[in-house]
Write a protein that binds this ligand. Sequence first.
Ligand code: SF4
Ligand code: SF4
Length: 157
Amino acid sequence: MRNRGSRLDPISEYRSAQQALRVLFQPFTAEHCPTCRTPCCRKPARIQPLDLILLETLISPNPVPPGAVERAAGEWLESAAAAADPDLGPCEFLTGTGCRFPGDLRPLGCTAFICQPMRSRLSAESLDALIVGVGRVEAAHVRLAESLGLGGGAESA
Ligand code: SF4
Ligand code: SF4
């Protein structure tokens, strides 16, 4: 699905940018996440309303119900308020086989998160590549939000 010219439409651009970034993260996460002592998929997760709206719109057979945006925003605010509690348990989207979000539609805050183990173990070159990839995902997220009339831009973790 493309717009005029060769540019991807906003949702395809966003999913494509997420896929490209996951390829960069994958070698590190495959090696280190299974034994990580400070796993990051904990509550409150970095999930924003738009992440949930995209999930419902693109994955669920049902359209976004009335009030979904407001509810998602409320949940996100509650989640942010709960951030002071250090031990709220695993993220509710975490399953025995990983995240319940599709691999190319993970919440922006999760996708864009460069964790401390990465910062301390990856080479400067690898970290720079991740930072560039995160920037592309965030830029695509801004364009996507604007295209949906949900301007205000991306909020990274
Ligand atoms: S903090 Fe880093 S190494 Fe640990 S589980 Fe999360 S992504 Fe993997
Ligand atoms: S939404 Fe997925 S990636 Fe994000 S914290 Fe939860 S399980 Fe982890």
